[in-house]
Design a binder for this molecule. Structure first.
Ligand code: SF4
Length: 370
């Protein structure tokens, strides 16, 4: 089963930390949507697996679109692929787009999951990040979706923001729990060079939080959410039972996906491609940067995505797919991590205990083939 991703690269306001592919000039919105319909047609042969199980509208800000435009993409996809077994269609939404009217229209579509870019339930922190909504607007958005019968809601939260410590993180978690959302994605802030935060950092006006503070906030997230019954199933993701993100999980399990839109990535098991074009170039003609994956790429990808998930690496799969010598090399390197308690070895699997996910990058890099 494959996935479809639609990238809507428009935002009314640029957040201070954001280095995603997005533009603040909305004039091309209509032309981009039509170009995306053309691209869906042009790329119809890219996926080997014709059965689509998940669709994801990401951005940018897909909630800038009227929900009937989202449904138009779903309808077109259903003409091209077998979409009879779809079980998750997600749209990312900015809380201040989630009006009564938008929600009523959304309820009439096949979208059954909403990912709200909340980031924080603290007004000062929201202003600091240049978000365009307030904490109370985020609360209202969740309640409005719930009243309309959307029963699969995820919120994004950001932690590790200098100047906003554990108290702010704690109150954001408490508010999310109080709202009873089914899923929470929690990302540590990274200050990227081409962002407002990056420029502030360069001028000495802002810094990354230190390692000790990062660890404290990460543990706070992990402890509070797991105590409340959420499974910490991926480095940045927590879900109530049966509410893991199906679309995103498929990225971590090597499932094929087709990304449509300027800046979207695609993968079909053999090749990855991405249209790294400006919006204007994308409207005129779709062009891709293509990458054929080597055996080392496949191995590194498997190690990285598996160890970021609670299930970890299957040693049987490693032997079968990459050979016994590769499995033996992994086990040899893993030994010291196991002794330190940073890797767990149970049955056929090597995994990072979720409370140690913070150090996953170091474990993963040590296992990479170069
Ligand atoms: S809404 Fe999302 S994509 Fe747009 S600027 Fe903010 S973080 Fe970036």
């Amino acid at each position: 089963m494959a996935g479809l991703y639609f990238h809507i690269p428009f935002c009314k306001r640029i957040c201070a930390y954001c280095d995603f592919f997005r533009v603040a000039d909305l004039r091309h919105l209509g032309s981009v949507i039509e170009a995306m319909h053309c691209e869906l047609e042009e790329q119809r042969e890219f996926l080997h697996d014709r059965h689509v199980r998940t669709i994801y509208f990401g951005g940018g800000t897909p909630s800038l679109l009227p929900p009937k435009e989202l449904q138009r993409f779903v309808d077109r996809a259903s003409e091209i692929f077998d979409c009879t077994q779809i079980d998750e269609i997600t749209v990312e939404a900015n809380p201040d787009d989630v009006t009564d009217e938008w929600v009523a229209q959304l309820a009439a579509t096949q979208v059954n999951r909403v990912s709200l870019g909340v980031q924080s339930f603290d007004d000062d922190e929201l202003r600091f990040m240049n978000r365009r909504h307030s904490a109370s607007e985020a609360v209202d958005a969740v309640r409005r979706l719930q009243r309309a019968g959307i029963s699969n809601i995820t919120v994004d939260l950001i932690f590790g923001v200098d100047g906003f410590g554990c108290d702010v993180v704690e109150s954001s978690i408490a508010q999310a729990l109080d709202l009873g959302v089914q899923h929470i994605s929690a990302y540590h802030l990274t200050i990227e060079p081409n962002t407002t935060f990056g420029r502030r950092k360069e001028r000495g006006l802002m810094r990354e939080v230190d390692e000790e503070q990062s660890e404290l906030e990460f543990r706070l997230m992990h402890d509070r959410l797991t105590a409340a019954g959420y499974e910490h199933y991926e480095v940045s993701n927590f879900a109530l039972p049966d509410y893991r993100a199906k679309h995103n999980s498929s990225y971590w399990h090597g499932v094929e996906y087709l990304g449509i839109g300027a800046g979207a990535h695609s993968y079909n098991g053999l090749e990855r491609h991405c249209s790294e074009q400006s919006v204007a170039e994308y409207i005129a003609k779709r062009e891709y940067v293509r990458e054929k994956l080597s055996e080392s790429d496949h191995f590194n990808e498997y190690v990285m995505t598996s160890l970021r998930c609670a299930e970890g690496i299957s040693l049987g799969y490693l032997s079968g797919r990459f050979g016994k010598s590769v499995r033996d090399r992994v086990m040899q390197i893993a030994r010291s991590w196991i002794e330190a308690g940073d890797l767990r070895f149970e049955g056929d699997r090597l995994s990072i205990p979720p409370e140690r996910f913070m150090i996953s990058d170091a474990v993963i890099e040590s296992l990479f083939e170069v």
